[in-house]
Design a protein around this ligand. Structure first.
Ligand SMILES: Cc1cc2nc3c(=O)[nH]c(=O)nc-3n(C[C@H](O)[C@H](O)[C@H](O)COP(=O)(O)O)c2cc1C
Length: 207
């Protein structure tokens, strides 16, 4: 089948993109509300796009009724947010945070996430998250039906056992984030395998 994306309606585009571009890692984004409490929401329109500077991107769409999501409003107001990575142990809390609570609800409290004050920004990360990235807004790219948030990572928290003995590389037995596939389908990273590039003379090694 072929699909002309320039002619498709919004829902069909959303369905095809999210069904086929995956698995997408999940950022459980925590922010500070105007009233001062913690807000948290999962975002799977998320990835890393640069290391120099250290830039991650989120894609945040409005609520069904057209109002801006709390995460987006908080990011606009404060210019700061945290990406908490999600593993199986955090899956249920992540889903609770994804429910459409009203602005005054503290989703970290609702979902049993333990807030810990960040080092460089005025927000909290979840103690249970295997690793969390403190971010400051670098750019907001505005579309009528989505804002792409480019954030610069300014600090990282990571559980010690998710790193190897030297504290350099990930420990794959202990760090196993989950990712979103289509609709309510997810995948865990507990079946990792190594792929070695073939040794072909004169080729530069890949990044
Ligand atoms: C796994 C998962 C991924 C999601 N990804 C996104 C996303 O990338 N962008 C978005 O706008 N909403 C996404 N959502 C929906 C928001 O998390 C949801 O609308 C949430 O209630 C927003 O909360 P807030 O108003 O506190 O920001 C996702 C939900 C789930 C469960």
């Amino acid at each position: 089948m072929e699909f002309d994306f320039e002619k498709l309606d919004e829902q069909t585009r959303y369905r095809l993109l999210t069904n086929f571009i995956g698995p997408r890692p999940i950022a459980l984004v925590s922010t500070r509300s105007a009233a001062g409490h913690n807000n948290a929401a999962p975002m799977s329109f998320f990835n890393v796009f640069s290391h120099e500077p250290a830039i991650i991107a989120l894609g945040i769409q409005p609520r069904m009724d057209g109002r801006e999501k709390d995460t987006m409003a908080n990011i606009r107001r404060t210019g700061e947010f945290v990406v908490n990575m999600v593993d199986m142990a955090l899956a249920e809390a992540m889903l609770v945070c994804g429910l459409g609570f009203e602005t005054e609800v503290d989703e970290m409290e609702k979902s049993g996430l333990q807030p810990v004050a960040c080092n460089k920004i005025d927000a909290a990360f979840a103690a249970q998250s295997p690793c969390a990235f403190e971010c400051r807004v670098d750019h907001l790219i505005e579309y009528p039906r989505r804002v792409i948030v480019l954030g610069e990572v300014v600090h990282m928290h990571v559980h010690r056992h998710c790193l190897d003995d030297e504290g350099r590389y990930v420990e794959p037995q202990n760090y196993q984030p989950i990712a979103r596939l289509h609709a309510d389908n997810y995948i865990s990273s507990d079946r990792q395998f190594e792929l070695k590039a073939p040794a072909i003379h004169n080729f530069m090694p890949a990044d």
